[in-house]
Write a protein that binds this ligand. Structure first.
Ligand code: ATP
Ligand code: MG
Length: 633
C-alpha cells in the first residue's frame, strides 16, 4: 500500500475506558456531549450557571468587535468569592483546600476556612497599601501556599496579578515587572530546589535596581534563612508583619466579567515570550468546566497538577480550576527525581492521589530510570492521569499507562496554550483513546486543520491548527500590544484563531499535533512535523529523548538532523546509527531522510520543560540565539 506521506507515525492502538470510570463520570457519553456542545452559546451559558454570579449577564457572547470578543456581557462576579468564600458556608468549610508538600518532606495543610482568613488578611493589607481595582501586583514566589493566597487576594479586590516564575533570572524578571508597571512585589527569601536553597531575595534585590515603579516589597520567610528586620530596606516588610492586625473579613469586589484578572507570559519556546491578558468571567467558566469534566472531579478526589504556578498550567489547574470546584489541590515544591526518581510516586501512595496531571518531558525523564520506581509504590488510588505541554510520544504514553496507571487509568492528553487559558482539545474519561492523540475538541470548542487560506485540508493531511469559534477562557489581548495580538493570531488566516501548531485529523476525526509551525521540516517537498519524527526515535529502546530540526542539503533541500539523548549504557556508534536509521525509516517511511544524528547529554528546554528547537537551529547555522530568557540552566 502506498503510504500517505503526511501520515508518518501510524498509531492504531485504541484504549477503551472501563465500566467503573464511565459510570462514575459526570459525562458518561463523550460523543453525545460533543453533539450538545455544538449549540455552543447555549452550552457555555449552561456551564456559567454553575458559578455564583452577583449579577447575571445580558448576553453570553458579543462578537461585534472581532477579535476582541466579550463573554458574559455585563455579568458581575468575583473569582475568589467562587473559589474560596462560597465553600465556607458548606460542608467543605473544614476540608483541606491546599496540601503543600516540598522535596524535604515538609507538609502543610490549609482548610477552606483557613484559606479564607489568610486571603482576606492579605486582601486587606493590599488595600491599605492603596492597591485599587485594576492595579497590578507582581509575585516572585516559590510553589507555596502564600503564592496562592496572594493571587486569590488580588482577585478578591480586583487587582491584576502578574506572576513571575521563580526560576527566571534577573533580566526576564525586570522585563516582566516593568511591562506590568507593578507597584508592589511579593517575594520570598528562597525556594528549595534539588537539595539546595535558591536565594530569591538576592535575585529580586538585583532586579529591583532596574524596576522604578516598585514602591513596596513584601518578603516571605519561607526557607528559614537568616534575614533580619535590620536587613530590610525602607520599602520592604516581612510577610507576617504585613498581615499583622489585618481583619480576616473582606468583601469581594464586584468584577465585571470582562475586567482583567491576570497577565502571564508564554513559555518562549518559539520566540520572545508574549504577555497574555486574561479576564475574569469567561476564564472562570472555562477552567472550571474543563477540569470538572476532563478529570471528572468528584467529592472524594485528591488532585495533583505538577505544573508550576509560574506558567498557565499552574494558574488554571493548580489554583483556579480546583478551588472553583471545591476540591483539594496539592502544591508541590521540588523536582520529580529528587531525592530519588520515586519522589512523585511516593507522594501519590502516601496521600492517595486520585487524579494526576503532568508533562511529557517529566514522563520521558522518569522513564529513563526504568520501571523500578513506580513499581515500588502502591499507585492504586489513581483514577485518571493527564499530560500537557508537548505532544506525548506514544512510547511515553504507553509507559505512563502501564507503569503508573496499571492499564486501568485513562490518560487525558490535553492540548492548550497560555493564550487559550483552558484545555481546548482533550478526551473526556469516557472517550476511546489513541496514544499520542489529544483526540477531539472539548465540547463547545470548534477546532479544525486548514491550509494557508483557511480551507479545511483532507483528513490525514497536515495543516494549521485553528479554532473557529471563540471560547470563554480565551485571552483578550497581548498586554499593551493589540496590534501584535491581531497580527500573530487573528489576521493570518481570515476569521479564525491561528494557534501556531501543525496538526492532522485522522479518519475518526482525532487530532494529532505534529509540532510548531515554526519548526516544520521541508523534506523533498513534503512538510514534516517534528513530533512524529521524534516519536519514532523515542520508540527505539536506546533513545530517551529526541529533538529534530531541518538542515540545508544541496540535493534534498532539507534533511533531518536529530539530537538524541540515549539511555544509560548506549553510545551513538556506527552500529546504532545504522539501526536507528533503519528503525526510523521503518516507522516513518521513505520521507524520513536522516542526514545526521548527534548524541547529546541535554536538550535546550524552556523552564516549563519544552524543547527549544529554534536554539538547535540557530546553533547549527551559527545564527544569533535570539531570546533565551526562559532557557533552563
Ligand atoms: P511561545 O508561545 O512563547 O513560543 P509556548 O507556545 O511554548 O511558548 P505555552 O503557552 O506554554 O507557550 O505552550 C503552548 C504550546 O504547547 C502549544 O502551542 C503546543 O505547541 C504545546 N502543547 C501544549 N499541550 C500540548 C499537547 N497536549 N500536545 C501537543 N502540544 C502541546
Ligand atoms: Mg505559543
Amino acid at each position: 500500500m502506498k503510504r500517505d506521506t503526511t501520515v508518518l507515525l501510524d498509531e492504531k492502538r485504541i484504549f477503551k475506558p472501563d465500566v467503573e470510570t464511565v459510570e462514575r463520570a459526570h459525562v458518561k457519553n463523550w460523543e453525545n456531549e460533543i453533539e450538545k456542545g455544538k449549540n455552543f452559546e447555549a452550552y457555555w451559558e449552561e456551564k456559567a450557571e454553575e458559578l455564583e454570579w452577583f449579577e447575571k449577564w445580558d448576553k453570553v457572547l458579543d462578537e461585534t468587535n472581532k477579535p476582541f470578543y466579550q463573554w458574559y456581557v455585563n455579568g458581575k462576579i468575583n473569582l475568589t468569592y467562587n473559589a474560596v468564600d462560597r465553600w465556607i458556608y458548606t460542608e467543605k468549610r473544614n476540608q483541606v483546600a491546599i496540601l503543600y508538600i516540598n522535596e524535604r518532606g515538609d507538609e502543610e495543610k490549609l482548610t477552606y476556612y483557613e484559606l479564607y482568613r489568610q486571603v482576606n488578611k492579605m486582601a486587606n493589607g493590599l488595600k491599605n497599601l492603596g492597591v485599587n481595582k485594576g492595579d497590578t501586583v507582581s509575585m516572585y514566589l516559590p510553589m507555596c501556599p502564600e503564592l496562592l493566597i496572594s493571587m486569590l487576594a488580588c482577585a478578591k479586590i480586583g487587582a491584576v496579578h502578574s506572576v513571575v516564575y521563580s526560576g527566571l533570572s534577573v533580566g526576564a524578571f525586570v522585563e516582566r515587572m516593568n511591562d506590568a508597571n507593578a507597584k508592589i512585589l511579593i517575594t520570598a527569601d528562597g525556594t528549595y530546589r534539588r537539595g539546595k536553597i535558591i536565594n530569591l531575595k538576592k535575585i529580586s534585590d538585583e532586579a529591583l535596581l532596574q524596576c522604578p515603579t516598585i514602591e513596596t516589597v513584601i518578603v516571605l520567610k519561607h526557607t528559614g534563612s537568616e534575614i533580619n528586620v535590620s536587613d530590610l530596606s525602607g520599602r520592604e516588610i516581612f510577610y507576617d508583619r504585613f498581615l499583622e492586625g489585618e481583619p480576616a473579613e473582606c468583601e469581594p469586589e464586584w468584577m465585571d466579567a470582562e475586567d482583567p484578572l491576570f497577565i502571564l507570559y508564554t513559555s518562549g519556546s518559539t520566540g520572545k515570550p508574549k504577555g497574555v491578558l486574561h479576564t475574569t468571567g469567561g476564564y472562570m467558566v472555562g477552567v472550571a468546566t474543563t477540569l470538572k469534566n476532563i478529570f471528572d472531579i468528584q467529592k472524594d478526589d485528591l488532585w495533583w497538577c505538577t505544573g508550576d504556578i509560574g506558567w498557565i498550567t499552574g494558574h488554571s489547574y493548580v489554583i483556579y480550576g480546583p478551588l472553583l470546584l471545591g476540591t483539594t489541590t496539592i502544591v508541590y515544591e521540588g523536582a520529580p527525581d529528587y531525592p530519588d526518581p520515586g519522589a512523585w510516586w511516593k507522594i501519590i501512595e502516601k496521600h492517595g492521589v486520585t487524579k494526576f496531571y503532568t508533562a511529557p518531558t517529566a514522563i520521558r525523564h522518569l522513564m529513563r530510570f526504568g520501571n523500578k520506581y513506580p513499581n515500588i509504590y502502591n499507585l492504586s488510588s489513581l483514577r485518571i492521569l493527564g499530560t500537557v505541554g508537548e505532544p506525548i510520544n506514544p512510547e511515553a504514553w504507553m509507559w505512563f499507562y502501564k507503569n503508573v496507571g496499571k492499564e486501568k487509568t485513562p490518560i487525558m492528553d490535553t492540548w492548550w496554550q497560555t493564550e487559550t487559558g483552558m484545555h481546548l482539545i482533550s478526551p473526556l474519561p469516557s472517550a476511546h483513546l489513541k496514544p499520542g492523540s489529544a483526540t477531539k475538541p472539548f465540547p463547545g470548542v470548534d477546532a479544525d486543520v486548514v491550509d494557508e487560506d483557511g480551507n479545511p485540508v483532507p483528513l490525514g493531511k497536515g495543516g494549521y491548527l485553528v479554532i473557529k469559534k471563540p471560547w470563554p477562557a480565551m485571552f483578550r489581548t497581548l498586554y499593551e500590544d493589540e496590534e501584535r495580538f491581531q497580527q500573530v493570531y487573528w489576521n493570518q488566516i481570515p476569521g479564525v484563531y491561528k494557534a501556531g501548531d501543525m496538526a492532522r485529523k485522522d479518519e475518526d476525526g482525532y487530532f494529532w499535533i505534529q509540532g510548531r509551525s515554526d519548526d516544520v521540516l521541508k523534506i523533498a517537498g513534503h512538510r514534516v512535523g517534528t513530533a512524529e519524527v521524534e516519536s519514532a526515535f523515542v520508540s527505539h529502546p536506546a533513545v530517551a529523548e529526541a529533538a529534530v530540526i531541518g538542515k540545508s542539503d544541496p540535493i534534498k533541500g532539507q534533511v533531518i538532523k536529530a539530537f538524541l539523548i540515549l539511555k544509560e549504557g548506549y553510545q551513538l556508534k556506527t552500529k546504532l546509527i545504522e539501526e536507528l536509521n533503519k528503525h526510523v525509516r521503518y516507522e516513518l517511511g521513505p520521507v524520513a531522510v536522516i542526514g545526521e544524528m548527534e548524541q547529546v547529554e541535554k536538550l535546550p528546554k524552556t523552564r516549563s520543560g519544552k524543547i527549544m528547537r529554534r536554539l538547535l537551529r540557530a546553533k547549527e547555522s551559527g545564527e544569533d540565539l535570539g531570546d533565551t530568557s526562559t532557557l533552563e540552566e
